[in-house]
Ligand binder design. Structure first.
Ligand SMILES: Cc1cc2nc3c(=O)[nH]c(=O)nc-3n(C[C@H](O)[C@H](O)[C@H](O)COP(=O)(O)OP(=O)(O)OC[C@H]3O[C@@H](n4cnc5c(N)ncnc54)[C@H](O)[C@@H]3O)c2cc1C
Length: 529
């Protein structure tokens, strides 16, 4: 009989495990636990590696898997997940969680560390304005934020974005910005007052990416490998914390198990799982069950346990827009090959006009493959390829997130045949937002046009939430109380995005982790009563 059994080794499950360990309780963590295909980490820069080695396996893949979406107008997954060595993160998802969807790309992971094994590691503190419609406040999450900054190693700065991101005294220094990002920093500094008066703020991102070495992990080497190489030690993954806890005998890890449901026997919860490969059924008894299988995975477990094929649950994800911006004077320049290949800067647009605050990440394009940009150019293949080569050094991409709530939620349900069904409604994004952003970047010397702006396919922001929302006074099945305890299911707690009743425009994973730690604390207190 385990005191606590956690399902899922993603950021939510591991953050809960960390808090249990801090409080002296040893939980058991269960996962399918797929692992990366390659153990060796490339030790050079992407561009020198390509010069010195055959990079076919790295970039195209032995089974040509890197070419799957080539030429498609709308790729089926974000580029990083299509990369041959990173594909394991979402592999077998249809086998372990068959899903049909309409208008929503459901992206699920069954690997050790979950989706965070491929993430951009943008880690932001949810504050009161992000927690509207939640039964909790900043002060409920605040005790865990500093602990997480120290565990993860977050780089960034307390700058113009501090009033949106919260002050963090334990940040590592920010990463070196790319040449294009440095241009934006310089122009923003000159036009700060005018831009701020319009609600525009730009600053350094908060990233779970090391600028200084930490606990044997290397700092970012500006190698551009972020899109290609799993397990880079400068990018935090929950696997790092999980392995440390296992080594320190503060966590029991059972892999190769696909949890199916739970039942009750006397005061115990009996968790039923299937072994991966052999398909044998295994029962595990526990006093408290913590669901951290992701907002889709945990919803599936609850629907399966209740054998409910009628209920439709909300599934939230941030609507998003992608703006490619060009600096004309950089067209044809040398590509910056020693850059950090992910988020360079953040933008917050807090305008009275739109009621809601918007947040965006400015991304360098030096890491993804050139084919990623192929279908954005209108000419013949040969000319497109030549043009891309000259345009890439001049390009930076803004990924702008918008808030989500029940009004634009997709509907998720379980079918009789065991598959999930997800039905989306189309997002309506105010075209004024696009015009404003284009205008704002013209002031910063970067240009784009309405026709080049991409509406990110729904589901591809991968900030899933809202399936089992927390309420101040829950009165119905498929909701949780403010501590994450599932209504009508004593001792079953949910700690992933399922419990978030709404999403602000801020990437939510750090808030997920803090909330999971809060629930773990509640469980420890309850067990000691
Ligand atoms: C390319 C990319 C970039 C991203 N960038 C950012 C970013 O910059 N900032 C940010 O905040 N977020 C980002 N995200 C989103 C973020 O990674 C996820 O939202 C977050 O990792 C979710 O964590 P989780 O623990 O709740 O769930 P998951 O990561 O989905 O983990 C669930 C775990 O549960 C296991 N599991 C599921 N079902 C079962 C079952 N039945 N039995 C046993 N085990 C099970 C899975 O194997 C998995 O390990 C990004 C995601 C991607 C893919």
């Amino acid at each position: 009989m385990y005191d606590v059994l956690i399902v899922g080794s993603g950021v939510s499950g591991v953050a809960a495990a960390l808090r249990f360990a801090d409080r002296g309780l040893i939980p058991c963590l269960v996962d399918v636990g797929l692992e990366p295909p390659c153990e060796d980490i490339i030790q050079e820069n992407l561009y020198s590696y390509r010069k010195n080695h055959d990079s076919f396996a790295l970039m195209i893949g032995e089974n040509f898997e890197g070419l799957v979406d080539l030429g498609q107008k709308s790729p089926s997954v974000p580029a990083k997940l299509a990369s041959p060595w990173i594909r394991y993160v979402t592999s077998h998802a249809q086998e372990y969680s068959p899903t049909q969807s309409s208008g929503f790309d459901v992206i699920q992971s069954f690997c050790q560390g979950g989706l965070a094994s491929a993430w951009g590691a943008g880690l932001y503190r949810y504050l009161d304005r992000d927690l509207e419609n939640f039964p909790i406040e900043t002060q409920d999450l605040a005790p865990y934020y500093d602990r997480l900054t120290k565990e993860i190693g977050i780089s960034g700065a307390n700058d113009d974005l501090t009033s949106y991101f919260g002050r963090d005294e334990f940040l590592q220094k920010p990463l070196k910005p790319s040449l294009n990002a440095s241009r934006i920093i310089r122009r923003y500094a000159k036009k700060r007052e005018k831009l701020n008066a319009k609600g525009v703020y730009i600053g350094r991102p908060r990233l779970g990416v090391l600028s200084d070495g930490k606990d044997g992990r290397k700092p970012c080497g500006y190698s551009n490998l972020e899109f290609w190489q799993p397990g880079l030690s400068h990018i935090y993954s929950p696997v790092l914390t999980m392995k440390r806890l296992i080594k320190e005998q503060k966590l029991i890890y059972r892999e190769g198990l696909l949890v199916k449901s739970w039942s009750r026997k006397d005061s115990a919860l009996i968790v039923r799982a299937q072994t991966v490969g052999k398909g044998e059924m295994v029962d595990m008894a526990c006093k408290k069950l913590v669901l951290a299988a992701g907002a889709v995975g945990s919803a599936r477990l609850v629907l399966q346990t209740k054998k409910d094929t009628r209920t439709e649950l909300d599934l939230l994800d941030n609507p998003a827009l992608q703006f490619p911006f060009v600096f004309p004077s950089r067209i044809g320049a040398r590509l910056e090959t020693d850059a950090f290949g992910l988020t360079q800067l953040n933008l917050v647009y807090d305008s009275q006009k739109f009621e809601k605050i918007l947040q965006g990440s400015l991304l360098e394009v030096t890491s993804p493959s050139r084919s990623e940009f192929f279908h954005h150019f209108p000419w013949a293949a040969h000319d497109n390829l030549r043009l891309i080569r000259h345009m890439l050094p001049a390009l930076i991409v803004l990924q702008l997130f918008l808030p989500a709530d029940a009004s634009n939620a997709a509907k998720l349900s379980l079918k009789e045949d065991g598959s999930l069904h997800v039905q989306a409604v189309k997002d309506r994004i105010d075209p004024e937002i696009i015009k404003d952003i284009l205008k704002m970047f013209r002031r910063l010397g970067a240009f784009s046009s309405v026709s080049r702006v991409v509406h990110v396919p729904k589901g591809q922001s991968i900030h899933y939430a809202g399936t089992l929302p927390m309420r101040a006074d829950p009165r119905e099945s498929f909701t949780c109380d403010r501590n994450g305890e599932l209504y009508g299911e004593p001792n079953v707690f949910v700690v992933d995005g399922s419990v978030f009743p709404a999403l602000s425009a801020k990437n939510y994973s750090l808030a997920l982790m803090a909330n999971a730690m809060r629930t773990a604390d509640f469980i420890v207190e309850k067990m000691r009563d």
